[in-house]
Design a protein around this ligand. Structure first.
Ligand SMILES: *[C@@H]1O[C@H](CO)[C@@H](O)[C@H](O)[C@H]1NC(C)=O
Ligand SMILES: *[C@@H]1O[C@H](CO)[C@@H](O)[C@H](O)[C@H]1NC(C)=O
Ligand SMILES: *[C@@H]1O[C@H](CO)[C@@H](O)[C@H](O)[C@H]1NC(C)=O
Ligand SMILES: *[C@@H]1O[C@H](CO)[C@@H](O)[C@H](O)[C@H]1NC(C)=O
Ligand SMILES: *[C@@H]1O[C@H](CO)[C@@H](O)[C@H](O)[C@H]1NC(C)=O
Ligand SMILES: *[C@@H]1O[C@H](CO)[C@@H](O)[C@H](O)[C@H]1NC(C)=O
Length: 639
């Protein structure tokens, strides 16, 4: 069974800080060219005070725009407007679909979410946010007061593998009648090898559960200050996470304006500012606690730099790193990289049983020191729908003209803890690595389109019910996959004949009544009823050829003449032409006979041929007479 995650503790960063006026630094340039900063709910492009260009709202599948109730309280234009997705008009699942992201690439995804009573209902919504098939963030009503009022940034790193789909979807799913909200979406391409991707693998999403800059007095980085971070990461102050000695005289903040080497390097590009401040303690251990969700795996990244110039050689400052009571490492920064140089370590914490991750630096020689901490939940990608079946479902969405209110957006089946597309039932396939479509139930939905041929790609479809709509066009010849057991297309305006492909499935129920179908019914299909199933073909335009329906005219199949029929008619025409020529010839010959010429031997042979023709005529006559029933004039009918 797919596991069900509720991520309540992913980091939400609110605005209880005063941001400092840093010196002017060139605007953040994306490393890999691709970055989107989307100002949801805005119709124009804007540039904010940090020189970030925000794009007008785009890539969304539906929804309505709104403005927060007190826009003046928000600093950035991207924070004042929002998009919300009322389920009554846009369905439960709505997305931002990013077109053609390059395969095998990695991204920081950052969202800003605020409620600020924009709808005057004083009730923040409950909803989930997922990237592709995996849930990243869960918002549950009631929100924390400050988050609801001031909003919050959340972020995660994810990779795109060799993608077979053309879009990457960031989807929102409202619970009950709640309308999900979103204020801004940022997508920044980062290094594919970052955050030890070679160990964690491509198939894991890193959800931010804490990114802390020790000794910093406030949040800094993109969106908060002019400080740069090439991956678009912002860093929080460590104050609220620090535990241990309550006596603040014992805790000291170190900071330097000197350059620190080994920063801004491949593949993680950690900014220098992280290492220019640090926290140390003059007595006892240095302790931090980050809240987490239990039963998940975490990747903890710890940053150090020796920025105290009084430490001049290795062995002068040595300490142990203890995570949740487990000693994971002994650190001597100077020994590793020397002074004023960046040094990082990272550890994997599996299946954490508590809801707190504690990090303790225990002294061995001198006082411990730390510059930064990052903690990411490692969330494996959940299975998504088989790509070919996604293609089929998107084609059906267009051809059946599925209304917006049904919310046919993103993946048809995933994430599995959400409902599938309305009217669609999914199953895990045999190898348990992908989802497949098993039922489509769209009876009486007022649908007006046609059934796309791509439905043949739904190789696991068991039941299809499109009855009582106004569907036009033919029954696609690709319908009739082996898996199909129930087919109800009754009460539409389907035309043409019943495709032979339906014979190859395991159908037990076939309702094609009350359409405009005509032509020969495939014999095997009719045997459905004989074998204990049910079939209804009544109320059509001209079906024929099985018991209880009229018998089909000769050479009639699938709403047209069969090849045999066409050949027969060609032969008949040639024959008629010959007979006419013969009659004319004999008539003129008879006239000549009046002159009493002898019968020439050529005519003898022609007469012999005539006998042959006569034999053929009797055969042809039969055939043509049956054609006559359909209105083909027979030249042999006595005038
Ligand atoms: C915003 O900028 C993008 C790309 O720079 C451009 O394609 C788009 O037309 C602009 N939109 C508006 C509303 O000006
Ligand atoms: C933004 O860019 C303009 C010129 O393009 C520059 O004058 C200004 O200092 C920049 N602001 C910041 C905060 O980098
Ligand atoms: C992804 O595609 C590249 C080339 O397009 C190929 O070299 C690589 O092996 C593929 N990786 C996987 C996991 O299929
Ligand atoms: C903690 O672990 C390191 C190696 O990971 C080891 O060198 C050190 O002695 C350990 N500390 C204690 C107190 O056991
Ligand atoms: C995680 O730990 C819990 C006990 O804390 C245990 O019941 C569960 O089986 C573990 N899960 C995995 C995947 O190891
Ligand atoms: C198909 O859907 C219609 C309307 O929802 C329903 O009345 C009918 O019973 C369904 N057909 C089958 C075979 O279940």
């Amino acid at each position: 069974m797919p596991h069900f995650l509720i991520l309540y503790s992913f980091v939400i960063i609110t605005f209880s800080f005063f941001f400092c006026n840093s010196t002017s630094i060139p605007p953040t340039t994306p490393l890999y060219g691709l970055s989107y900063h989307i100002n949801c709910g805005s119709s124009s492009n804007t540039t904010d005070s940090f020189n970030t260009t925000w794009l007008s709202d785009r890539f969304y599948t539906g929804g309505v725009t709104a403005v927060v109730s007190e826009p003046l309280r928000f600093r950035l234009p991207s924070e004042k407007t929002l998009r919300f997705f009322p389920p009554s008009s846009y369905g439960k699942k709505n997305c931002y679909s990013f077109p053609s992201l390059p395969p095998s690439s990695r991204y920081l995804l950052r969202t800003f979410t605020v409620y600020d009573n924009y709808d005057a209902k004083s009730r923040p919504p409950s909803f989930d946010v997922a990237v592709s098939s995996t849930i990243l963030f869960s918002w549950r009503s009631p929100w924390q007061e400050s988050t609801s009022r001031d909003g919050a940034y959340s972020d995660a790193f994810f990779s795109i593998q060799n993608s077979t789909t053309t879009t990457t979807d960031l989807c929102f799913y409202g619970f009950a009648t709640d309308a999900p909200v979103i204020s801004s979406v940022e997508l920044i391409q980062i290094d594919t090898a970052s955050y030890d991707a070679s160990t964690t693998g491509d198939n894991v999403i890193l959800i931010n559960y804490g990114r802390v800059s020790c000794g910093s007095d406030g949040q800094w980085g993109p969106g908060f200050t002019a400080d740069t971070d090439r991956f678009g990461r912002s860093w929080q102050s460590d104050i609220e996470f620090r535990t241990g000695p309550k006596d603040y005289d014992l805790v000291h903040v170190l900071s330097t304006d000197n350059e620190v080497s080994g920063v801004d390097r491949e593949p993680d590009y950690f900014p220098m500012k992280v290492y220019q401040s640090a926290v140390t303690v003059s007595e006892g251990a240095l302790e931090y606690e980050l809240s987490v969700d239990a039963k998940m795996d975490y990747l903890v990244w710890v940053h150090f730099a020796e920025i105290d110039s009084s430490v001049k050689k290795e062995g002068e400052r040595v300490f142990d790193v203890v995570i949740n009571g487990k000693n994971v490492s002994r650190v001597d920064i100077y020994k590793e990289v020397g002074g004023f140089a960046a040094y990082s370590e990272h550890y994997m914490v599996k299946n954490l049983s508590t809801s707190v991750l504690s990090l303790k630096l225990v002294t061995v020689v001198g006082a411990p020191v730390i510059s930064g901490i990052e903690n990411y939940a490692l969330v494996p990608n959940d299975p998504s729908t088989l790509p070919l079946q996604v293609i089929a479902m998107k084609a059906l969405k267009d051809s059946l003209r599925i209304p917006d209110r049904m919310g046919w957006n993103g993946d048809p089946c995933a994430p599995t803890s959400w409902d599938a597309w309305e009217g669609v039932t999914c199953l895990m396939n045999k190898d348990k690595r992908a989802l497949v479509i098993s039922e489509i139930d769209l009876g009486s939905q007022g649908l007006k389109g046609y059934i796309s041929d791509e439905i043949s790609l739904l190789s696991d479809l068991v039941s299809l019910n499109l009855s009582s709509n106004s569907l036009e066009g033919e029954i696609p010849s690709g319908l009739g996959q082996k898996s199909l057991i129930r087919l109800d297309l009754s009460n539409n305006q389907l035309i043409g004949s019943i495709p032979d492909s339906l014979e190859s499935s395991s159908l037990q129920l076939v309702l094609l009544n009350d359409n405009l179908l005509e032509g020969q019914v495939p014999e095997q299909l009719y045997s459905v009823g004989v074998h204990g199933g049910a079939i209804d073909l009544s109320g059509n335009k001209g079906l024929c050829g099985v018991p209880s329906l009229p018998s089909c005219p000769m050479f009639w199949e699938h709403g047209g003449l069969s090849t045999g029929g066409k050949i027969a008619i060609s032969f008949s025409c040639i024959f008629v032409l010959c007979v006419v020529l013969l009659v004319v010839y004999i008539y003129t010959r008879r006239k000549r006979n009046d002159y009493n010429f002898g019968l020439p031997h050529e005519l003898m042979s022609l007469a012999a041929k005539r006998n042959k023709y006569q034999r053929q005529k009797s055969l042809m006559l039969l055939e043509l007479e049956s054609q006559h029933a359909k209105g083909f004039p027979s030249p042999f009918t006595p005038q």
